[in-house]
Design a protein around this ligand. Structure first.
Ligand code: FES
Ligand SMILES: [Fe+2]
Length: 458
């Protein structure tokens, strides 16, 4: 680490003990600046959902930390360009639109580009010196992009390993769940007065359900206490009572999370409340879940939805309740539908937090994609109750991190490990570790929700 320490500089607040995360990482301005310089320009960022640009010429802007990129659907696939006129740098496009016919026109002096980024018009061409109008230099500067998981990801670093080299087997597991065919039902956003990592980490364990989401814990206390308190006791439920509680839990999760579990899936589960089950309570529950998964697969496929074989993928490509695509995108799943969240820093203690509800639709019946999020205050009762409960803690935590004598967070090493692992991958970027090592370490984050601290080889 000695070499890394030197490069890290004075403003390190590096994670030295993996079970202790220095509080200043969440608000120190120099640390934030280091992240802006050494992390964000080198990672794959979720720029848009693919269904937002279905037709040739459709484009949408993505921006983060003052850098803006235009993502365009062209004849030859999706491309991305840095959003700056090649004359004097004015941003060419804001928001979204279609440029198939007219291309992009700079609002300052009217220079133009086609959807492939080729310059098609220079006003006052004769006024420029030789060497200023080389077509290669006038072309819009390309930004790396990859279509993955139903989204377009961009990376400002031309040397960074490809998306799949970094995200690793998790991307294959998500593919097995047909994540690329999910469509957005809605898209909300809010600004949280918290560091982006404080916000991310509120979703890296289920240990907080007992206190933060008591409505879930109350329905299935044995589930949560069994996982976190080492005590699955409580009232013993009959098999039927247990099935009833499972459905109630799903209803609460649907009310609270929308996409993570869909009403149409619960309807199918309800059809199976009286089905014959083994007497052993554990076996009964497993059998019931596999019957529910089989029926969801069968009934939604019959409607034309591209649902995977849920029982098969639960074995071959299991997903945790939350799966993180480093550094700022994650998916929450239960059966076939999902919720997805993306977080962007707005400053050391402010972030933009977005939520999508995702589900499958029969081909040809997909809804119009939302093109901009519905912006709400973070305490708005328009948010589903579960993220609203999470949002109630995050700003309070951000303030508490500043308290005198609060030097570090202490983590439960086998349940809150993802927080430590994430933070140490971030340290890897801040120390400019070799890209292959960073990729290997990042792969270790997949499937680590509620998981242990692991050796990342950094
Ligand atoms: S700055 Fe774009 S045409 Fe002049
Ligand atoms: Fe939560």
């Amino acid at each position: 680490m000695a070499e890394g320490d030197a490069r890290f500089g004075a403003a390190s607040f590096q994670v030295v003990d993996p079970e202790r995360i220095p509080a200043k990482r969440y608000y120190d301005e120099d640390f934030y600046r280091l992240e802006c310089e050494r992390l964000w320009p080198h990672v794959w960022q979720m720029a848009c959902r693919l269904e937002q640009i279905p037709n040739v010429g459709d484009w949408i802007e993505y921006s983060n930390l003052g850098k803006s990129v235009i993502v365009v659907r062209t004849q030859s696939g999706v491309k991305a360009f840095h959003n700056a006129c090649r004359h004097r740098g004015v941003q060419l496009a804001r928001g979204h639109g279609n440029c198939e016919v007219q291309g992009f026109t700079c609002p300052f002096h009217g220079w133009r580009w086609n959807i492939e980024g080729k310059n098609t018009f220079v006003y006052g061409r004769r006024l420029f010196g030789e060497g200023q109008l080389d077509p290669a230099e006038l072309a819009l500067a390309p930004c790396r992009s990859e279509v993955q998981l139903g989204c377009v990801f961009i990376n400002f670093d031309d040397e960074a390993p490809a998306f799949r080299e970094i995200i690793g087997p998790l991307a294959d597991r998500l593919d097995a769940h047909n994540v690329g065919q999910l469509r957005a039902e809605w898209w909300y956003a809010t600004v949280l007065p918290a560091n982006w990592k404080t916000a991310m980490e509120a979703f890296m364990e289920g240990f907080h359900v007992m206190r933060t989401h008591p409505q879930l814990q109350e329905i299935l206390p044995s589930l949560y206490n069994g996982m976190y308190a080492g005590d699955a006791g409580g009232a013993k439920l009959s098999v039927r009572e247990n099935i009833g509680a499972q459905i109630e839990h799903m209803v609460e999760l649907n009310r609270g999370m929308a996409g993570q579990i869909h009403a149409k899936e619960i309807e199918i589960a309800r059809q199976l409340v009286d089905v014959d089950l083994p007497e052993d309570p554990n076996q009964a529950l497993m059998t019931w879940f596999s019957l529910v998964q089989a029926q969801i697969t069968q009934q939604l496929r019959a409607k034309g939805e591209p649902v995977p074989d849920l029982n098969a993928v639960a074995v071959s490509d299991p997903l945790k309740a939350v799966e993180f695509i480093f550094p700022h995108y994650f998916l929450l799943s239960f059966f076939s539908s999902m919720a997805s969240y993306r977080i962007r820093p707005l400053g050391p203690e402010s972030c933009l937090f977005e939520l999508w509800s995702l589900t499958f639709f029969p081909e040809g019946e997909e809804p119009e994609p939302p093109m901009a999020p519905l912006m709400l205050p973070y305490d708005s009762d328009q948010f589903p109750p579960i993220p609203r409960q999470d949002y109630s803690n995050i700003p309070e935590q951000q303030i508490g991190l500043h308290a005198e004598g609060f030097e570090f967070m202490r983590l439960a090493k086998d349940i809150e490990g993802l927080i430590s692992n994430y933070q140490r991958v971030i340290d890897g970027y801040l120390q400019a570790a070799a890209p292959e090592r960073l990729a290997k370490a990042t792969q270790a984050l997949g499937g680590n929700f509620d998981g242990p601290i692991v050796d990342l080889g950094l």
